[in-house]
Design a protein around this ligand. Structure first.
Ligand code: PMM
Length: 301
């Protein structure tokens, strides 16, 4: 899943893709590099960010989604609002990525149930303005799994088809670096929830902290190799997908993880096409997203 933030203020790509043409051509390049899904977001969720109106969010994302869909790209919309999700799906988006897991909008679960659209429920505790204060856990893996379990109960109770739900631990959202590393190491527990797991570590602050020198974090644009390492380990740990800025490196990492996994059986196919499907559960033929089934339909459920 390739990140496409059409915002002026996201931490990594803020301001780069506010122009529709620039955003679309970047997304098409990411598809050419192997992205299966382009995740279009109009509202920054970086720590401390203030909210924008639903109208402004729609204004940012819809023209980009419209053009990508016209190019047969599989699009997800990164939104916490049912009304924005609704407009995005009406425009052709195939998946909703909700960083609040439904907590930000009481209408969300009923809307997802009505549409039966694939839905990513991310772990979240509060809006960006105050999420750092909410990063308090006794046992982060157990608490995140329990809270995601509550989200899943809410979704299924509202009538959402469980086969269309993906979970995400929400790295960096009300989490310190230590919490993020514990959650990555806790992949077996996340997978034990019984749903596909999406990991969003790309270029995040905890990688900058890990790689920093002289008390300074590694700059955002110099965190892709570390992101690729996370992708390889996530793939080897059975993640369904990764949400990244630099698709090519992650695609290579997935190919390596798949070849490694299949090495024992001698079942490795051509580069990037580990026999039996990629460990993140996306179609091995990634020349174009057009042929792919809807994201929620194609996992190891
Ligand atoms: N992270 C961000 C935004 N959306 N969605 C999911 N599912 N998981 C994430 O970890 C996630 C997300 C924030 O990062 P960005 O500024 O790079 O978009």
């Amino acid at each position: 899943m390739s990140v496409l933030n059409v915002t002026p203020d996201s931490f990594s790509d803020g301001g780069l893709f506010v122009d529709v043409e620039v955003a679309v051509s970047h997304a098409l390049a990411q598809v050419a590099a192997g992205a299966d899904i382009i995740d279009v977001g109009g509202e920054s969720t970086r720590p401390g960010a203030q909210r924008i109106s639903a109208r402004e969010e729609r204004r940012r994302v819809l023209p980009v989604i419209e053009q990508l869909v016209a190019h047969d790209v599989v699009v997800s919309v990164d939104t916490m609002r049912a009304e924005v999700a609704d407009a995005a799906v009406a425009t052709g988006a195939a998946l909703v990525n909700d960083v609040s897991g439904g907590l930000a909008d009481p209408e969300m679960y009923a809307w997802v149930a009505g549409e039966q659209v694939p839905y990513v429920a991310m772990h979240w505790r509060g809006h960006s303005a105050d999420m750092d204060e909410l990063a308090r856990y006794d046992d982060v893996v157990a608490e995140v799994c329990a809270e995601l379990g509550d989200r899943l109960d809410g979704l299924i109770g509202a009538g959402v088809d469980p086969a269309r739900v993906v979970v995400d631990p929400g790295l960096g959202f009300a989490k310190t670096a230590a919490h993020n590393w514990a959650l990555l190491a806790g992949m077996p527990d996340l997978r034990a929830l019984g749903f596909p797991v999406l990991i969003g570590a790309s270029r995040k602050r905890f990688l900058g902290e890990l790689l920093g020198a002289q008390g300074q974090p590694r700059p955002v644009q110099e965190r892709d190799a570390a992101t690729d390492a996370i992708t390889a380990l996530a793939a080897a740990s059975g993640a369904w997908g990764v949400r990244v800025h630099d698709v090519r490196g992650s695609r290579d990492a997935v190919a390596v993880a798949g070849a490694w996994r299949d090495g024992a059986s001698g079942a490795v196919g051509p580069a990037g096409t580990a026999a039996g499907g990629s460990p993140v559960g996306v179609a091995a033929d990634h020349d174009g997203a057009a042929d792919h089934a809807r994201a929620g339909d194609r996992e190891q459920r």
